[in-house]
Design a protein around this ligand. Structure first.
Ligand SMILES: CC(C)(COP(=O)(O)OP(=O)(O)OC[C@H]1O[C@@H](n2cnc3c(N)ncnc32)[C@H](O)[C@@H]1OP(=O)(O)O)[C@@H](O)C(=O)NCCC(=O)NCCS
Length: 165
């Protein structure tokens, strides 16, 4: 049986092992981690369980984009043996549904170019994102939680910065 719910403290070891399996032990050296000095958004820390085992995890952090606070999606990972069964898709769809109830207008992700458009993400490169560190610009993608949010962004460069922990 599959179930999506908020992560608990008891899930943390399973989540860390999942992340190490997906991204390797040097994952925290990636530039995206510059934007995650504090805790994730608790109401959006989701796990997906299959027969009580954590098989996928998705978290979000708040970041500053110009004058706004927006959501940064990730990390997202599904256990290798469980991939291709729709778990990633379910985690993203459910998290975006929950995020729409919050105060944020936009989600930013640094992720697979072919994966996120199917959920409605669009390239962020045209908006002149100033990312803190190395990034392949085509990986940056936006999702509008509020229709029209992208049209109301000021013209770039738009700095993305971490919030103080
Ligand atoms: C990316 C990841 C989370 C996808 O999880 P998953 O449960 O296998 O994905 P799903 O089964 O929900 O796949 C949904 C769709 O995306 C496609 N897809 C899966 N992984 C993809 C990838 N890396 N790139 C492009 N498309 C992908 C699937 O083919 C499927 O397409 P369909 O809807 O047309 O059938 C998983 O492969 C993973 O953990 N990868 C390693 C960590 C990682 O790269 N995380 C994402 C960082 S951006």
């Amino acid at each position: 049986m599959t179930d999506i719910c908020l992560q608990t403290d008891a899930d943390i070891p399973a989540i860390e092992s999942l992340m190490a399996e997906a991204f390797g032990s040097s994952r925290h050296e990636r530039s995206v981690w510059n934007l995650r000095p504090g805790p994730p958004v608790a109401s959006l820390c989701l796990v997906i369980r299959n027969d009580d085992e954590v098989v996928g995890s998705l978290r979000y952090w708040e970041v500053q984009l110009g004058g706004d606070i927006i959501l940064l999606l990730g990390p997202l990972a599904v256990r290798p043996v469980m991939r291709g069964k729709g778990y990633g898709k379910q985690l993203i769809a459910e998290s975006l549904r929950r995020a729409k109830k919050g105060p944020w207008k936009l989600v930013l992700v640094s992720g697979e170019v072919d994966y996120y458009p199917k959920f409605g993400f669009v390239p962020a490169a045209p908006y002149g994102i100033d990312w803190p560190g190395f990034i392949e610009p085509e990986r940056l993608q936006f999702f509008e939680l509020v229709k029209g949010a992208l049209a109301s962004l000021p013209s770039g460069p738009l700095p993305v910065r971490a919030l103080s922990p």
